[in-house]
Design a protein around this ligand. Structure first.
Ligand code: ADP
Ligand code: MG
Length: 627
């Protein structure tokens, strides 16, 4: 028996074991692997397909999605169409009509060139395409699934291409699971769509989701396109609020629009495009901010839509299809040109001085005016402002209303500080923070400086606390608790306010409604793109309802938060920032103590929930060294 086994081993198994082991992967597998890079989610698929339509010279593109692209993503264009042979070739790997040789990479005028997209998409979905060129009598219909051609036949169809991608990732369960909620994926689709629609204003676009027309964009100019997308349904319309910028140099040509400073906010729209392609560029973003220096309150950001045209040989052309960061050869020079161009345009239009700083009341920066002199912005302060103004039936957190008593108020001292035995000056930041945690504020002197900082002597030094940031941190915890416990008290508004929303804001609003109601908002949908606000969280006061809600939506959209816990944090932070006391508020001594002790009681007090430093210690040593 043993002998028979050895014989079998030598004759049959050994050759198999020592055989060469490398082989080429079948196309379907290679394509599926490549698809992992090119097609990560419905939005990347949309991008590739719409770019193909644009490369085919389409003047009208319809996008239809079902279940945020999961079930169906259909793009219909009136572009060049494909011949019977070309449409078959188009789904092969590295098949493209856009470049022939490496040198073509440096003179690219198309969005695509890698010949990877269709091959990747058909590897992970059921694809059905109908296409006809204008010189052909009949078109071609081709069906492919998992890279296998299922059917190819002549068909009657209009000139152009109509491609349907169904059941994306039907054969890649891991990818399917990786997709986020329909709301998030639809938002991603819209974001990708905006990136393209903003650069092709001459092309007419329609975007339909689950049979509902979300966007209908007629052909027009860039400015009109911006207004079509962001103007109509947003509470901040761009109409009349954009300043043109333009600069032509040998190195680069820049044109576009920047928002007037008075319409800057926390939810600014910021877009850079290079040679017709959306890009992110943190360094150039800085150039824009530098141009606005001194014109905007802290945390406020300008809107901009800036289009660069540059010789393709000066940028990295072989950009990965999913990457939006682009390297320029002369970034520093372009930084300067961009900044100067924006400065000049803002100056020319004399925009600036009518900025409304009312909301935060915390900026006192000079604004350069047209004639070169410097003027101070008008800072309006509402002396009757009280973030804790409540009606009788509303909830007031204990002790907080006392913070706003007159300076002379002599209420009882409730806070205390433990005196640590070890000297501060040899301690690290972390140890210092821990020391604060151990502490209780007791009968020590506290001061307020510049209506902005609270000073508290601690062993070995003085603690400087940013009063507004400390207050934001405290309120943040309170709002989070209210959401978790569904205990947010509401204050009815005398007159309900209308909140007009864009499509993606609307979708998000609907998913967040429960949490917003939990914290005290009374909201009702009144039309396809508007809600009415009849009540607001009691801690908030009435004035900021629309802008706070906008900010919450914007933050969640921006961070892509897709689960309740993440957006609850956004809600709490936006409410806390809005309800927190502005700088410039004089606090009574007991109010200072109350704020300090509530702040010190927080689980992590050193940073605000959005990561800003709240306090630092100036040690005795540091003070001594200065004298
Ligand atoms: P790439 O766009 O990089 O060339 P794709 O895989 O996206 O690669 O497309 C392959 C080819 O199929 C394109 O080069 C183009 O010739 C053709 N094609 C794709 N989509 C369309 C369309 N909507 N209209 C006309 N031709 C198309
Ligand atoms: Mg392509």
């Amino acid at each position: 028996m043993d002998c028979a086994f050895s014989y079998a081993f030598i004759c049959f198994l050994l050759p198999i074991i020592i055989m060469d082991i490398i082989h080429l992967l079948p196309d379907s597998v290679a394509n599926q692997i490549a698809a992992g890079e090119v097609v990560q989610r419905p939005a990347s698929c949309l991008k590739e397909l719409v770019e193909n339509s644009l490369d085919a010279g389409a003047s009208r593109i319809q996008i239809l999605v079902r279940d945020a692209g999961r079930t169906l993503l259909q793009i219909i264009d009136d572009g060049s169409g494909m011949s019977e042979t070309d449409v078959r070739m188009a789904f092969e790997r590295h098949a493209t009509s856009k470049i022939r040789e490496a040198a073509d990479l440096f003179t690219l005028h198309t969005m695509g060139f890698r010949g990877e997209a269709l091959a990747s998409i058909c590897a992970v979905a059921h694809v059905d395409v109908q296409t006809r060129r204008k010189e052909d009598e009949v078109g071609t219909r081709l069906e492919i699934a998992g890279s296998q051609v299922m059917r190819q036949e002549p068909c009657q169809c209009p000139v152009g291409t109509n491609i349907r991608v169904r059941n994306l990732f039907y054969n890649v369960p891991a990818r399917r699971k990786f997709l986020k909620t329909d709301q998030t994926e639809l938002r991603n689709l819209l974001t990708e769509f905006y990136h393209i629609a903003l650069v092709y204003p001459k092309v007419q676009f329609t975007f339909v989701s689950n049979d509902e027309i979300l966007m209908e964009l007629p052909a027009g100019s860039e400015k009109q396109r911006i207004e079509q997308i962001f103007g109509k349904n947003s509470s901040k319309s761009f109409t009349g609020q954009l300043v043109d910028i333009k600069s032509d140099t040998e190195m680069v040509s820049i044109y576009g629009f920047v928002g007037k400073p008075e319409m800057a906010g926390k939810n600014a729209q910021q877009y850079f495009f290079v040679n017709g392609r959306f890009m992110r560029h943190p360094y150039f973003h800085k150039a824009v901010l530098t141009a606005y220096a001194g014109m905007l309150p802290n945390d406020y950001s300008p809107s901009y839509f800036i289009y660069f045209n540059i010789n393709p040989s000066s940028i990295d052309v072989n950009i990965h299809p999913t990457k939006t960061e682009i390297k320029f050869a002369d970034e520093q020079a372009i930084f300067q040109i961009l900044m100067a161009t924006i400065r000049e345009s803002l100056g020319k239009f004399n925009v600036g001085p009518s900025i409304d700083f009312d909301r935060q009341g915390e900026i006192e920066m000079p604004i350069p005016s047209q004639n070169g002199t410097t003027t101070m912005p008008k800072v309006t302060c509402d002396p009757t402002y009280n973030p804790f103004r409540t009606s009788s039936k509303t909830y007031t957190p204990s002790g907080w209303d006392k913070l706003y008593g007159p300076l002379s108020s002599q209420d009882t001292h409730s806070a205390s500080v433990v005196r640590s035995e070890s000297p501060m000056d040899s301690k690290t930041d972390m140890e210092q923070e821990q020391m604060l945690f151990e502490g209780n504020v007791t009968d020590v002197s506290v001061w307020q400086y510049a209506s902005r900082y609270l000073l508290l002597p601690v062993k070995g030094g003085i603690l400087f606390v940013d009063q507004r940031r400390a207050h934001i941190s405290v309120l943040y915890q309170q709002f989070l608790a209210q959401i978790a416990e569904h205990k947010g008290a509401m204050q009815q508004l005398l007159f309900p306010e209308e909140l007009a929303l864009s499509i993606d804001e609307m979708k998000l609003m609907q998913t967040m409604l429960n949490d917003l109601r939990a914290v005290g908002f009374d909201l009702e949908q009144i039309s396809k793109q508007a809600f009415s606000i009849s009540g607001v969280p009691a801690l908030l006061g009435g004035e900021n309802a629309v802008s706070v809600l906008k900010e919450i939506l914007h933050n969640v959209l921006e961070t892509g938060a897709s689960v309740g816990q993440q957006w609850q944090k956004s809600i709490a932070l936006a409410l806390a920032s809005s309800a927190a006391m502005p700088y410039g508020r004089a606090l009574a001594e007991d109010a200072q103590r109350q704020l300090l002790s509530d702040w010190l009681a927080l689980p992590a007090c050193k940073l605000t929930p959005d990561g800003k430093k709240v306090a630092f210690v100036m040690t005795d040593d540091e003070i001594a060294r200065k004298l």
